[in-house]
Design a protein around this ligand. Structure first.
Ligand code: NDP
Length: 329
């Protein structure tokens, strides 16, 4: 069987993760990377991987089976995914949860009109966490859902701190409160406020001579980002930040607790948990498994947009149906 020919649009952290995931799978081959920057400045790991300008997207439709979009959710993907779905079968990791229905509609229209398959909002959240929430809710109607994130770096919160005057650089970690996790895992079904579930730890490099107390105040009172959390701010040097906080770890747990029995006397706890050394490399791995499913759905003549809920598990796996029945059931 010929490998699935993959292209990547946007070569940041996630783009690199997608490239590594292509190399880790025998049935996928990365053909080329599209970038909006000068292609001469973008260097994929693979020597044979072409780098093309993003405005030549339409020129390689014969070379690529599935285009994986690795741009940012805030401004890149709302434009790039519908445009790319008019040319290619596509996969993206769009993670602005509230806007997923609108994004789905735009991508679905473009994919249907041109006969392509698009898979959107895959990764771990949305993605693998979403699958876990659906399975758990379907199995246990009498219960409650909990999602804890971290310990991990939140890029959005780190960016928000960097925009404060006097801040040179910053890293923000989201951390689950151990007591809250314990209470949920016990099956006690606690009602938890935002503040009770997570804390936020900020490591900040300030300009020399800046009023660090004012920066700290600006962080801990920032609405939507920090005001609803217990937030700690630690000022560090750029060297310390680069040395101790260079990685992009993340993870978390999706938990549903519920009861069965005539009087609800039996308690059950379902938990799906991730501990990721590298958020983009894990997310890239999910995207490539979904690219495999996307290629298979396209080969079967399907068109239109899909989310992780529409993809049967067997479509994600490199194993055949016989192998899956023999080894995974
Ligand atoms: P990056 O900021 O690293 O990359 C985003 C884009 O920025 C790239 O595609 C690249 O496009 C552009 N870019 C511009 N300048 C540079 C530069 N100097 N170096 C690298 N890239 C540059 O974001 P991430 O890759 O970390 O994340 C992308 C998105 O993935 C996030 O916005 C998030 O929405 C999503 N995500 C989803 C997850 C999920 O679970 N669903 C989990 C993790 C992330 P170009 O090459 O065209 O310049």
């Amino acid at each position: 069987m010929n490998p699935i020919r993959i292209g990547i649009l946007g070569y940041g952290n996630l783009g690199r993760g997608v490239e590594l995931a292509c190399a880790a799978n025998d049935d996928t081959e990365l053909v080329g990377v599209f970038t909006r920057r000068d292609p001469a400045t973008v260097h994929p790991y693979g020597e044979n991987v072409a780098v093309w300008p993003a405005d030549e997207l339409a020129a390689h439709t014969d070379d690529i089976d599935v285009l994986v979009l690795a741009g940012g959710s805030a401004t890149d993907l709302p434009e790039q995914t519908p445009a790319a779905a008019a040319l290619y079968n596509v996969v993206d990791s769009f993670d602005t949860h509230a806007n997923i229905p609108a994004h789905f509609a735009a991508v679905d229209a473009a994919a249907r009109e041109t006969g392509h398959v698009a898979v959107i909002s895959v990764g771990w959240d949305p993605g693998m966490f979403s699958v876990s929430r659906v399975y758990a809710g379907a199995i246990m109607p009498n219960g409650a859902d909990y999602t804890f994130w971290g310990r991990g770096v939140s890029q959005g919160h780190s960016d928000a701190i960097r925009r404060i005057p006097g801040v040179v650089d910053a890293r923000q970690y989201t951390v689950p409160v151990p007591a809250a996790l314990e209470a949920v895992r016990s099956g006690a079904n606690p009602e938890l406020t935002t503040r009770q579930k997570h804390t936020r730890e900020c490591f900040v490099v300030a300009e020399e001579g800046t009023d660090t107390a004012a920066i700290e105040e600006a962080i801990v009172t920032m609405p939507n980002y920090f005001a609803d959390y217990d937030t700690t701010v630690t000022f560090v040097s750029q060297e310390e930040l680069d040395r101790d906080h260079a990685g992009i770890p993340h993870g978390g747990s999706v938990i549903r607790t519920g009861t069965t029995g005539a009087n609800g006397e039996n308690t059950h706890v379902i938990e799906y948990s991730l501990k990721l050394d590298s958020n983009p490399e894990f997310t890239g791995s999910v995207l490539v498994a979904c690219a495999r499913a996307c290629a298979r759905m396209a080969a079967a003549g399907e068109t239109g947009c899909r989310t992780i809920f529409d993809i049967a598990p067997a479509l994600l796996s490199p194993l055949s149906a016989d192998e899956l029945r023999a080894t995974m059931l």
